[in-house]
Design a protein around this ligand. Structure first.
Ligand code: AMP
Length: 278
């Protein structure tokens, strides 16, 4: 496994055999089984696998957790070695944003909804860094998690709109045994908050069950989730959305497909989760 922060080294490795297929898994590190599920899938579907680890400062607002975002590079590299990864790209901030940097990539409408409402500068940071990674690595396929459902939709839009020459693969959410979606941020929860955080999955499941039992009114389903989260003293709801999975427009009546998503604070830790219906 080759580890480098140099763009030139990435390009040399990538193009050593122009016929070889390459799978890219972009991450911010502090890897868990959710990340590794993407890596394993990339391993099966490509000749070579490259993983990037970069805590991208431009997708964090000044009041967010950039400084306290968990990091453990040695552990990450050991996990990636075990998964048979070929190349790890760990650039510095200076490599990705050298002096004079002034270009950004913006997806307009769908980035203003859901996460974009609470984090107005977030997606511009994401789409810019993802475009840079695509341009540096030029992967055959790139792997993202359904855990960040809106991110997956935004990146799909970006790839289509800018004619990026690659295939996106969106992988299912990997959860802890109690249902909590794996996240690098889970480690920042205090023990009582960690127990309370079960409520995310529980409330999503309750909404799905109510839908399956015939409840199609989106406001009623939103209220069900809001009430369940409201009963958890340590949880502070940011938003609940029940939206069309392709446009992210809020629904009033649920049809065949819906994306229920939510963001909840526990102390200063902000967790997101979602569930597709059916
Ligand atoms: P991050 O390091 O949080 O930026 O995540 C890197 C990639 O892993 C993103 O595409 C995430 O959607 C994906 N990911 C994170 N957590 C999970 C999870 N629990 N299950 C599946 N994919 C995940």
């Amino acid at each position: 496994m080759k580890v480098t922060g140099e763009i030139e080294v990435i390009r040399q490795e990538r193009w050593a055999d122009p016929k070889a297929s390459w799978g890219l898994v972009p991450t911010m590190g502090y890897l868990h089984d959710g990340h590794l599920s993407l890596v394993r899938r990339a391993r099966v579907e490509n000749d070579f696998v490259v993983v990037s680890i970069f805590v991208n400062p431009t997708q964090f607002a000044p009041d967010e957790d950039l400084e306290s975002y968990p990091r453990d590079l040695d552990r990450d590299l050991a996990l990636l070695r075990d998964c048979g990864v070929d190349l790890v790209f760990i650039p510095t901030n200076e490599t990705m944003y050298p002096e004079g940097f002034q270009t950004t990539v913006q997806v307009s409408k769908i980035t203003r909804l859901l996460e974009g409402r609470s984090r107005p500068t977030h997606f511009e940071g994401v789409t810019t860094i993802v475009t840079k990674l695509f341009n540096i690595i030029q992967p055959t396929k790139a792997y993202f998690g359904q855990k960040d459902a809106q991110q997956a939709i935004v990146i799909q839009r970006l790839v289509e709109d800018l004619n990026q020459h690659l295939e996106l693969v969106i992988c299912p959410i990997i959860r802890e045994p109690d249902g909590l979606a794996m996240s690098s941020r889970n480690v920042r929860l205090k023990p009582a908050e960690r127990s309370s955080a079960e409520i995310l999955y529980k409330s999503l499941m309750a909404a799905k069950k109510a839908y399956q039992n015939g409840k199609k009114d989106a406001d009623e389903l939103r209220k069900l989730v809001i009430d369940m989260i409201g009963e958890e003293p340590l949880a502070r709801l940011d938003y609940v959305s029940i939206a069309d999975p392709s446009t992210l427009q809020e629904l009033s009546i649920l049809g065949d497909e819906a994306l229920i998503s939510l963001a909840v604070f526990f102390g200063d830790v902000r967790l997101i989760d979602n569930m597709l219906i059916p």
